[in-house]
Design a protein around this ligand. Structure first.
Ligand SMILES: C[S@@+](CC[C@H](N)C(=O)[O-])C[C@H]1O[C@@H](n2cnc3c(N)ncnc32)[C@H](O)[C@@H]1O
Ligand SMILES: [Zn+2]
Length: 387
């Protein structure tokens, strides 16, 4: 395999050389490396460093006592960064022999042989056999077939990447139902719906192992979703966690939406505003997506580090931190089109909603969108005032 050297953060690894005129794509290369995921990895370093510091001080541990597994390592870049830039004791794993050999070379290259274990296993077997404080799963496509093993393995934190945005966001309905056991809706806030369907799936997987999750930071960026969850054991916590599951009913005529907590719950057939038929999505997670204090810790970690995607990473975390904690968002362009008016500066709209006694915020999901606790009629009235 021909390789080239790349540097991310403070870590240097060899990855397969892909020449522009070669017929090999990133996903068909002998070992996978996607430079577009540097942002995801920069955020991971900051989020896992923030969590590890909190955990070390709460449990009176040294940072190096904390164990982390990168269950789908490929070149090893993600786990090696955690070993080198955060200082955890890391397990790298991949079932590809070529990846395994490359991980060994890359571990040596960073002088990390004492801190890193390298495995050549099916991730499901590895995670069923061993427990780690922090479990990170970053497979190709859907993570769902690994969630049972990841749930039994994770002691304190679970970090999950999902790149199967089409089934999660309603573009491939049946695939979403098969993989996530949930019905998505392809509406303007489909990215948030996808994130909530993923979280709902993980909450149910953890519950089978009498564990609960608490979302610390979750984001939808370009073609993938990423969540960082604090994990705790206990039936009461697990039962309480499941109380955050439910459904969203959505009216495609007037854009009104409602939330319905519970798994066996009555959902009105007709829209409460205009009487048109409701569409229903779920079961999904209706609880919080982020913890504000945790976002502050991640921001501090980001600002203290030299990272290739620092500015983009900080922008995402800041938006997440300030996002209003409601389960859907509105796209101003969609609403303006419905009213036949032109869009206005977001700041003006948010200010007007607040002046009228509502809460309102931007959202990391889309630059043209906002979150508010106002109902659709109040939002439309507000927009009309700018006509
Ligand atoms: C998306 S890549 C991982 C990328 C890596 N985490 C990074 O940040 O660069 C997925 C990797 O998982 C490996 N893989 C897929 N299914 C697996 C399984 N069941 N067990 C172990 N490894 C698996 C593939 O060989 C591939 O290298
Ligand atoms: Zn309606």
């Amino acid at each position: 395999m021909k390789t080239r050297t790349i540097i991310e953060g403070a870590t240097c690894v060899l990855v397969p050389l892909i020449l522009e005129d070669q017929p090999v794509s990133i996903s068909s290369a002998s070992v996978f490396y996607n430079p577009e995921m540097e942002l995801n990895r920069d955020l991971s370093v900051a989020a896992i460093a923030a969590f590890s510091e909190i955990m070390a001080s709460r449990k009176n541990l040294n940072i190096s006592d904390i164990t982390y597994v990168d269950a789908f390592s490929a070149s090893g870049i993600r786990g090696l960064r955690i070993a080198k830039e955060v200082g955890l004791t890391v397990t790298l794993n991949d079932w590809s022999k070529e990846a395994y050999e490359l991980m060994k070379i890359n571990t040596k290259l960073n002088s990390l042989k004492d801190k890193v274990n390298i495995c050549l296993e099916n991730a499901n077997l590895l995670l069923h056999k061993n427990k780690y404080h922090i479990v990170d799963i970053d497979p190709f496509g859907s993570p769902t077939i690994y969630l049972d093993a990841a749930s039994t393995s994770a002691i304190s934190m679970l970090a999950v990447t999902a790149t199967d945005t089409a089934p999660l966001c309603g573009a491939h309905l049946n695939s979403g139902i098969r993989k996530y056991g949930a019905v998505p809706l392809n509406v303007e806030y489909h990215s948030e719906m996808g994130l909530r369907i993923l979280l709902g799936r993980i909450a149910r997987d953890l519950a089978r192992h009498e564990k609960s999750m608490y979302p610390l930071f979750s984001h939808a960026t370009r073609h993938y979703l990423r969540v960082y969850l604090e994990v705790q054991k206990g039936v009461n916590k697990s039962d309480n966690c499941l109380k955050n599951l439910g459904f969203i009913s959505h009216c495609k005529k007037c854009f009104s939406r409602s939330v319905h907590y519970g798994l066996a719950v009555h959902i009105p057939e007709k829209c409460k505003i205009c009487g048109h038929n409701n569409n229903v999505a779920g079961p999904l997670w209706l609880g919080n997506l982020h913890d504000k204090d945790f976002c502050d810790s991640v921001l501090m970690q980001l600002s203290d580090r030299e990272l290739g995607k620092k500015e983009q990473a900080m922008k995402i975390v800041r938006l997440c931190k300030n996002e209003l904690d409601v389960p859907t968002f509105y796209d101003q362009h969609v609403l303006s089109k419905k009213l036949g008016i032109s869009a206005i500066p977001m700041e003006n709209l948010l200010k007007e909603l607040e002046t009228n006694g509502f809460k309102a915020s931007r959202t990391h999901f889309s630059g043209t969108s906002f979150k508010t606790n106002a109902e659709i009629e109040e939002i439309l009235d507000t927009l009309r005032r700018f006509r």
